[in-house]
Ligand binder design. Structure first.
Ligand SMILES: [Zn+2]
Length: 381
């Protein structure tokens, strides 16, 4: 239930917006847990003020609420209001940390404002019920759609067993991602490239097809100042284990993990060589076309705890993901410069048709990054 008093509802939205912004700091670092933002306010004669903020820490613990209470110190939260972007957890895991519901009650908080309920049907509403039973006032659903978007990876992993997938493709003004024969193009301007590095850091894993690896020999790490440690796991969809042993991925597998997903029929000798070079090889079933089953590959990543996947291609992977209903977010950036002759089409016809269908994708954001125009589509069905 949301707050009936409009003035209090506005205050709640104000603080929830800050909790969401604070929680977003953990994106890409908290898997297998969601990156929850939390803050504690206290009433003063001049209105409510924030006395502590927290967000889920790298590796997934402490949770956002626990982090806020730790920062608040003893008694600072007593009598205050907890704003939290997801329903506080109520169950003990094998690591036996105190559930956030217990921490909240012990901290003496008198009111809890949450953006959304736990997506897990086994626990949904339990945290809220326990808090109410303990005498706390509970308000829910504040900025729920923003929270659902922020926690989409966690929600999909809990409800469908797979991570959220963001597919990103860059194209020239005339629509090409690569030159004729798949040759590499420097499509993005420097500002847009920096933005892509930031997007990588906000995901748990980067995923791409072996075709892009063979064509470009990319590194796909985060190369922004001070963010070298934020490089996500690199996942290669490599049905037949063709990942070159002398390429950049394998050479750097000791620094940033590389996971190769292959079909059951990929040669064992290739697996042995890749594993010896530090690559983790996983196998899934093959689809009718002989290539690996994308849904199975994503379920495998979900089972390993991955909640957010950033797919940088290529165009074939993007089209397959979208046609399988697996491209949850699609980002298309368009350079003002044209290639001037035919090349590799960036947005293949199957993906273009889906993006143009308002029943399937909603265009949620457009804008300029440097010289490049970007469009962000979000899958609604
Ligand atoms: Zn918790």
């Amino acid at each position: 239930m949301t707050e009936a008093d409009p003035a209090q509802a506005a205050i709640d939205r104000h603080f929830m917006r800050q909790a969401l912004a604070f929680g977003a700091r953990g994106q890409g670092m908290t898997w297998p847990n969601p990156c929850v933002g939390a803050l504690v306010t206290q009433e003063t004669p001049n209105g409510p003020v924030i006395v502590a903020r927290g967000h889920t820490q790298p590796g997934g613990r402490p949770h956002g609420e626990a982090n806020a209470f730790d920062r608040a110190g003893p008694s600072a939260a007593a009598g205050g209001t907890l704003y939290v972007t997801l329903e506080p957890c109520s169950h003990r895991t094998i690591r036996a940390a105190t559930p956030c519901v217990e921490r909240t009650i012990l901290a003496g908080v008198t009111r809890v404002v949450a953006a959304m309920a736990d997506p897990n049907p086994l626990f949904r509403g339990l945290g809220f019920a326990l808090l109410r039973t303990a005498g706390l006032k509970v308000t829910t659903g504040v900025l729920e759609s923003e929270a659902q978007a922020a926690h989409r990876g966690h929600v999909l992993r809990v409800t469908q067993g797979r991570p959220m997938v963001t597919f990103k493709v860059a194209r020239t003004a005339d629509g090409y991602a690569g030159g004729a024969g798949g040759s590499r193009l420097a499509v993005s301007c420097p500002a847009a490239s920096a933005w892509v590095h930031l997007q990588r850091a906000h995901h748990d894993a980067i995923m791409l097809g072996i075709g892009s690896v063979l064509a470009d020999d990319p590194l796909l790490t985060v190369r922004l100042p001070g963010m070298a440690g934020r490089s996500p796991i690199r996942v290669i969809l490599d049905s037949h284990l063709r990942l070159p042993l002398d390429g950049q991925f394998v050479r750097t597998a000791g620094e940033v993990p590389v996971w190769a997903i292959a079909t059951e029929s990929a040669p064992l000798s290739n697996e042995t060589a890749l594993v010896a070079a530090g690559v983790e090889v996983m196998r899934v079933g093959a689809a009718l076309d002989g290539h690996l089953d994308l849904t199975d590959a994503l379920r495998l990543l979900g089972a390993r705890g991955i909640t957010r996947v950033f797919s940088e291609g290529g165009p074939t992977v993007g089209e397959k993901l979208a046609q399988a209903g697996l491209a949850d977010e699609v980002i298309v950036s368009t350079s003002p410069n044209a290639l001037g002759h035919p090349g590799v089409v960036a947005v293949r016809p199957g993906l273009a048709a889906l993006l143009a269908n308002p029943d399937i994708y909603q265009r949620v954001e457009t804008g300029l990054i440097g010289h490049d125009r970007f469009e962000h589509f979000s899958r609604i069905a």
